[in-house]
Design a protein around this ligand. Sequence first.
Ligand code: NAP
Length: 312
Amino acid sequence: MIRVLISGQRVDWDEYGGLLQAALTDSGIEAEVIHERMPRSPETIDYIVYAPWSDMKDFSPFTGAKAILNLWAGVESVIGNETLTAPLARMVDPGLTDGMVEWCVAHAMRHHLGIDRDVCRHDAVWDPYVPPLARERPLTILGLGILGRAVGEALSGLGFPVTGWSRSAKDVPGVTCHSGEGGLVEALRKAELLILLLPLTLATEGIMNAERLALLPKGAVLINPGRGPLIDDDALLAALDSGQIAHATLDVFREEPLPGDHPFWAHPGITVTPHIASATRPDSAVGVIVENIRRGEAGEPLLHLVDRRLGY
Ligand code: NAP
């Protein structure tokens, strides 16, 4: 009998407890799934399913943990925890990927078609406007991982000339792929729409600084469902005020919830969404968790392991 701890808030237990117990049983894995702030005999816990908003920050009592299975795709809030020595897997969930594709397509299409012109119009002005076709609107995605790749393929399927950028060289159907610093300049120069789907690491923090924002075509639109610190906030505000950036749709922020007095809320060139671009979907995610536990028990390599040196 293995022991699986769900470490998170009450809502995580409500969403995952029963589903995970049933999925483990269906897979023939004898397990006890528990949710306690500090369980009895922590050294007997085999796997920790971890929500980054858990108040558990000390992993050292869990000396028998075979893996920490993160419930979120981003691991920046847990990866630096020095008490965490067991392997750390991040969440790759088909439901989360589908949600991100839908969110990015919706916000890209909003700006591409100029939908606000009509949706927000109440001035009885008949003002026909013919937007360009998607194939005339170059779009760039920084980050070509699980999410960036799926978003790139979807937008390419709609006709956008999609350019992508990643750390290592990639080959994604329908996407012109770049890597490295030179590739970043190339990818930014043509980005009328720019989507950030990079993880937050030492190498990506502040990547969209004043210099890089200035590389974009004038009037570009920035969409950030990645992580808030990817952007230099002051540089973004300056770029919006100068017209270099026409609009920024931001889902993630340096501080969340975004404080009520933060200038992003009131800025007419910024749309704030409350970190809802996509979420892990329990129905599909439990399958991923169970597969990793199965692998762990069978001595097979775990899926989606985080590289601590790279930070993602
Ligand atoms: P992933 O599969 O790990 O992909 C990350 C991508 O970023 C990879 O293509 C990687 O390059 C690239 N990258 C990392 N460091 C880089 C660097 N220094 N320079 C250039 N490229 C770099 O991650 P994912 O599952 O797609 O998720 C991406 C991020 O989305 C998460 O980390 C999280 O922050 C964010 N997210 C947000 C929400 C939301 O609701 N807002 C939901 C889920 C996820 P390689 O391919 O060469 O490794």
